[in-house]
Design a protein around this ligand. Structure first.
Ligand SMILES: [Zn+2]
Length: 333
């Protein structure tokens, strides 16, 4: 009996050491997947594209940023939005204290990320990281998952990497492999700014080599590839297809309902994520206009309903799919 009790105690200790498993991690701690609710899976608050190579410290005023962002978040409540994934990576303006404050002030649950943005030819990655191995890079991200980001206890809800819009360079293969290694250690989902299929398909090959399922991978900006059959092919492999630029211009507004209808007809709506890649307060450029988070609700949802999408379909896209995509769970081959 005593041995049995000891065994049960050990099991409960082991379980309590993995509090994040099957949960979603927000900047204010883990939540149940069922608590995510309506979620915008790819938006931004603040992106510092003007950061110079010497990596100057942040020069913007946090209070000014909150004054711009908070009212935009408040508008989302009218549409029942409960959560938002903020996709700005480290060295590009990620500021988890700002995210925490905005989450507390707005009541919107916010997810942040670990990872490096290699797109734009690695301009936003410190030079010393470009020389590191995939294992060493992964260990930085795993450390943020285990111990928190930038001296806080805020943990990443997903891994965000970025690669150029062409065949993978050696370093971008390395970044992808690092993401696979970090996924195997943590169960955190990989989101990759990949753009056209050429890079995304190579990334799926690297995941396969590492024994990681396509279900652990969000192909971000997938709608940049105009070959819709490639998007369908990737969805059939199990990869998440992120159609996240709704509202960027007329082309995106007109094309989205048709593209989503194609996924619905193929019975693949359960592999699609929708968002707007909006926001972008840019501290280096006050002229940059903030892109609102609401066009998806004002225009896309009514357009989808006009095409015969049911409430269950909309719920699939905005509630069930993000919950499944962001749940911490090792997805191995
Ligand atoms: Zn983005």
């Amino acid at each position: 009996m005593r041995r049995l009790l000891l065994g049960l105690a050990l099991i409960s200790i082991l379980i309590s050491c993995q509090p994040a498993n099957n949960q979603i991690i927000t900047v204010n701690g883990p939540i149940k997947a069922s608590e995510l609710g309506v979620c915008l899976e790819h938006e931004h608050f603040l992106v510092d594209f003007y950061r110079k190579e010497d990596k100057q410290p942040d020069t913007y005023n946090t209070e000014d940023a909150i004054k711009i962002i908070l009212p935009e978040l408040e508008k989302l409540k009218a549409y029942g939005v409960k959560s938002l994934a903020e996709c700005t990576p480290a060295y590009l303006g990620r500021n988890v204290r700002l995210l925490q404050e905005l989450s507390k002030k707005s009541g919107i649950q916010i997810l942040t990320n670990t990872g490096f943005y290699g797109a734009r030819n690695n301009f936003f990655i410190p030079k010393e990281i470009l020389l590191m191995t995939a294992d060493s890079i992964a260990s930085i991200w795993i450390d943020e998952f285990n111990n928190g980001i930038d001296g806080t206890d805020v943990k990443p809800g997903f891994i965000k990497i970025g690669v150029n819009r062409k065949p993978l360079s050696e370093f971008h293969s390395c970044l992808t492999r690092a993401a696979a290694i970090a996924h195997k250690a943590t169960g955190v989902t990989i989101m990759s700014h990949s753009g056209p299929a050429i890079a995304a398909m190579q990334q799926l090959d690297i995941l396969k080599e590492e024994g990681v399922s396509p279900e652990a991978f969000i192909w971000t900006h997938a709608s940049d590839d105009k070959d819709q059959d490639l998007l369908i092919k990737a969805a059939k492999l199990g990869c998440w297809i992120s159609l996240d630029k709704y509202g960027w211009d007329e082309k995106w507004i007109e094309g989205y309902p048709e593209l989503l209808l194609k996924f619905k007809n193929e019975k693949l709506l359960d592999k699609v994520l929708i968002s707007q890649d909006a926001g972008f307060v840019d501290p280096g450029n006050p002229e940059v206009e903030f892109k609102p988070y609401t066009p998806l609700f004002e225009n896309l949802i009514p357009a989808l309903k006009a095409k015969g999408f049911t409430d269950a379909d909309i719920r699939q896209l905005l509630v069930e799919n993000p919950a499944k995509a962001f749940t911490i769970r090792k997805r191995l081959l």
